[in-house]
Design a protein around this ligand. Structure first.
Ligand SMILES: [Fe+2]
Ligand SMILES: [Fe+2]
Length: 319
């Protein structure tokens, strides 16, 4: 991998905010979505979810982790205050340069192992296990959809934004549920109350249901809060991936829980979004329930995933 070290510091982006973002505390929490789920969810489309996770608790049982819960709430307070329309615009412009590194997809999977999801109550294994567990579970149930296996493998690679060479962004700018900016924050958003201190609340142009968008404009035209989803979408798209539209949609919106769990913001969708959302619903079950103790033998499955990477991506990508 070639890491290019010439990159502007992003600290100035955050210094004018009333929240300090590079503190030790915020960097100790890594989230990947935040809605507690009902415990009875288990059978769906032939996929059986395990009853307990590696901590011996029900999945996403945040009550059993009340200290963690406080960390989650503080995380969303920071996220809701800082994710503004202008912030997202700046992040998109900055990362669109793709000037941070040159590496292949598998290299990035290995790099992501340096990131451990410490405050995700369901995840106690290295990230590559989460990626491979999701991918292998989908492969078993949808053997012919090879694009979906690869999509699962790469869906969280954008979390490298937490690493120093990719900007070391604060947690609230990388993980957690995502939502549109530039229009009213729907009440389906977790910890909605914290949006009251978001500066966009004082801009009437962003305060209506459609905001700066039009009904049915398509999610592609909507600015989403910045995080690992939108970054990985950008990397895949700009490097000319041949993944189908549904694969890119999954990568880009897999943390958009207000949409795929609560059906909020559907007024902004177009026909293609509605088609793609069906696949996101399929994918999401595996994203949540594949975080189990059964480890995947990485070396054994590596040749299969490398063949998929070759099929859908160039050997080296710009990040
Ligand atoms: Fe994710
Ligand atoms: Fe994930």
């Amino acid at each position: 991998m070639t890491i290019l070290i010439d990159q502007p510091s992003l600290d100035s982006q955050f210094d004018d905010k009333n929240v300090h973002v590079h503190s030790k505390e915020t960097n100790e929490h890594v989230l990947d979505g935040g809605f507690p789920l009902p415990k009875e969810v288990s059978h769906n489309n032939g996929f059986t979810a395990p009853d307990i996770n590696s901590f011996g608790h029900s999945f996403r049982d945040y009550d059993a982790e009340s200290e963690r819960q406080k960390g989650v709430e503080e995380f969303y307070r920071l996220q809701h205050i800082n994710q503004t329309y202008d912030f997202v615009k700046k992040m998109r412009e900055h990362y669109k340069k793709l000037d941070k590194a040159e590496m292949g997809i598998w290299e990035c999977c290995e790099l992501l192992n340096d990131v451990v999801d410490e405050s995700d109550p369901d995840l106690d294994e290295p990230q590559i296990q989460h990626l491979l567990q999701s991918a292998e579970a989908i492969r078993k149930d949808y053997p012919n959809e090879d694009w979906l296996h690869l999509t699962a493998l790469i869906h969280d690679l954008g979390k490298i934004l937490l690493l120093p060479q990719f900007g070391e962004l604060p947690q609230w700018a990388v993980v957690g549920d995502t939502f549109p900016v530039g229009c009213a924050f729907d009440e389906a958003n977790i910890h909605h109350k914290y949006f009251k201190d978001n500066p966009d609340m004082r801009n009437p142009a962003y305060g209506t249901k459609n905001g700066v968008y039009t009904k049915g404009c398509g999610l592609n035209n909507v600015m989403m809060s910045w995080g690992h989803d939108d970054y990985m979408y950008l990397v895949a798209k700009e490097n000319g991936t041949t993944l189908p539209s549904a694969g890119l949609f999954i990568i880009r919106y897999h943390s958009f829980y207000p949409l795929h769990k609560e059906s909020a913001y559907t007024h902004l969708m177009n026909d293609e979004d509605h088609e793609n959302l069906k696949w996101l619903h399929v994918f999401n079950k595996y994203d949540l329930y594949s975080k189990s103790k059964v480890l995947v033998d990485v070396e054994k499955v590596k040749p299969y995933y490398q063949s998929l990477i070759e099929k859908y991506f160039p050997a080296k990508l710009n990040w």
